[in-house]
Design a protein around this ligand. Sequence first.
Ligand SMILES: NC(=O)c1ccc[n+]([C@@H]2O[C@H](COP(=O)([O-])OP(=O)(O)OC[C@H]3O[C@@H](n4cnc5c(N)ncnc54)[C@H](OP(=O)(O)O)[C@@H]3O)[C@@H](O)[C@H]2O)c1
Length: 246
Amino acid sequence: MGSPNVSKILVIGATGYIGRHLIQASIKLGHPTFALARPITSSHNIEKINLIQSFKNNGVNVLFGELNDHDWLMNMIKKLDIVFLVLGHEPSIQLEEQTRIISAIKEAGNIKRYFPSEFGFDVHRLQILEPAKRVLAIKVKIREAIRKEGIPFTFVSSNFCCSYFLSRLGQIEATGIPTDTVFVLGDGNTKECPQPFPFFYAIAHAGFIKGETTKFDIDPTVGVEASQLYPDVKYTTVENFMDQFL
Ligand SMILES: NC(=O)c1ccc[n+]([C@@H]2O[C@H](COP(=O)([O-])OP(=O)(O)OC[C@H]3O[C@@H](n4cnc5c(N)ncnc54)[C@H](OP(=O)(O)O)[C@@H]3O)[C@@H](O)[C@H]2O)c1
């Protein structure tokens, strides 16, 4: 019999931005870790090839497959305890693939906890501009579908996380830390926005200008603040994080 504190964890979307952090955390905590990756179709995809090799080197079980293969998906899910799904923002992928997975988890009946592709704003209460409004509305639909199916779930509302915006000093289009100019988004009067309004500008507007990341209280009947749930974790303040750039 396995240890009660160890679970077989699958990350679907393991090669993505959030996925690789989840894989790293799962291994560090000693869980048997499984990464689902779509087959590599080009030998030029060096970053993905190297990432998958690093997963393997760290003891991750890498599974190659497509989510639309129902029998393969069911067979895989039956061997696991916990499923994380971290797909990107493409609305049709979110809806189709998440619906497939929710149905498979319901049918399999053995999954102890499902974490859908959230890891952002608390979409139920969020006020946000288009085009992000339309994209994030899908996450609300997925929440409803999960509740309807009655599978065990956790919705992780992590606002900005994994140093996503911070490591770029909040600069929407930067790919690394800016070295000469930084725009401070704050009073809503910065007139730099391209048209049509791009997705990540809407995200930054909601977070930095409207303060959507700080505006809500957690309803204790359904939610809990992560630092209360995991008091042993050493958390980093924004100030400490920024000190590394000085
Ligand atoms: N709070 C924050 O700061 C923050 C930051 C980033 C993301 N997020 C959230 O985290 C979640 C994941 O976003 P992300 O940025 O990590 O996504 P991402 O980097 O775009 O990665 C998406 C992953 O999903 C896989 N994938 C895409 N379509 C698939 C399909 N049809 N079947 C199987 N796998 C598929 C990709 O695999 P391939 O390698 O095969 O393409 C990749 O591994 C989203 O809900 C997003 O809103 C939050």
